[in-house]
Design a protein around this ligand. Structure first.
Ligand SMILES: [Ca+2]
Ligand SMILES: [Ca+2]
Length: 316
């Protein structure tokens, strides 16, 4: 993906030690820590809001972890780049094992840490978010004053940053991989735990990729349609290929202005299928009427995740 080009810059900044470190919130708020990869300090006015909502967004996922999950710190590095929206991923991968056909299997680094208690890259940040700076950060994102209650009205002309950050955490926790986005073919002898559950299937509309984890299929009622060309997401704006999933937090079609996204039972089931120890329970879905209403609003924003570089053999 084109956005991969930003990664070396980010890594360079981190290695140079020129990251801004947020305040003492990590100690106060538990498992999510936030640092900023912003060497020139260009976006310091946004740090407090971004940190506050990133912690809340991360905890919105972590609250679903089952008892017995190791207590670990997940460090999120937030950088800024010329993106239309935002992106997120784990910084590295954790080796899980091998598949029946001999491919190596890798989980997102953050998921690996939550599964095993072992941080796969030590003190380096576990998760990387990039926020678009060509107006997205400055004008588009709305920073909820109370991301726990989530009760204030989201302005109709803005996108709820909490929802965006929750979406990006979804990628960092498992909605990611290295398959060819069209064919579903593995790029090499390695698969993410998400990839291992993706299958191409013939449909009346052509071949499409589906997620076939058992828990996800139980929640959805069958194989889960993934977004065409962007398969770390669910749903398509096409009847028969997951039109019903377009309101989902992890959809790859649109993020509406003026509404909030919520972690869905399907999101949790998919991550549970990839190996995270989650309680898969029904959670409220965004109201269909609200989303229909939002559909009348002018701006639809596609969110894309960045794919990590292929796993290094050194990681094994
Ligand atoms: Ca960590
Ligand atoms: Ca780490």
């Amino acid at each position: 993906m084109s956005t991969l080009g930003f990664f070396p810059f980010l890594r360079q900044a981190l290695l140079a030690g020129v990251v801004g470190v947020a305040g003492a919130a990590a100690a106060d708020t538990g498992r999510i820590q936030v640092i900023f990869a912003d060497p020139a300090g260009s976006y310091t006015p946004y740090y407090a809001d971004l940190e506050r909502l990133t912690v809340a967004a991360g905890n919105s996922w972590l609250q679903h972890l089952a008892a017995g999950t190791p207590a670990v710190d997940l460090t999120v590095s937030i950088g800024f780049a010329s993106l239309d929206t935002a992106s997120g991923r784990s910084a590295t991968s954790g080796y899980v094992g091998s598949t029946a056909n001999g491919s190596t299997l890798w989980s997102e680094g953050a998921a690996h840490e939550l599964r095993t208690g072992i941080d796969p890259n030590g003190s380096a940040p576990d998760i990387e978010f990039l926020i678009g700076i060509d107006g997205y950060l400055q004008n588009e994102l709305w920073f909820d004053p109370d991301p726990l209650s989530r009760s204030a009205a989201v302005p109709g002309h803005q996108t709820d940053a909490m929802s965006v950050l929750m979406h990006e955490f979804g990628h960092a926790l498992g909605f990611n991989g290295w398959l060819d986005a069209a064919s579903g073919t593995a790029a090499g002898g390695y698969l993410s735990t998400f990839d291992a559950l993706v299958q191409p299937m013939a449909t009346p509309l052509g071949t499409a990729l589906f997620f076939t984890g058992a828990q996800a299929m139980a929640v959805y009622g069958g194989p889960v349609p993934l977004t065409l060309g962007n398969y770390g997401h669910v749903g398509n704006d096409i009847a028969g290929l997951g039109l019903d999933l377009v309101p989902d937090l992890m959809n790859g079609v649109v993020f509406y202005r003026g509404v909030r996204g919520e972690i869905s039972a399907l999101n949790l089931a998919m991550l549970a299928d990839t190996g995270l120890n989650l309680n898969v329970t029904a959670v409220p879905e965004p109201g269909a009427a609200m989303l229909l209403l939002a559909g009348l609003l002018p701006m639809l924003l596609v969110i894309r995740q960045r794919r990590r570089s292929a796993p290094s053999p050194l990681l094994a």
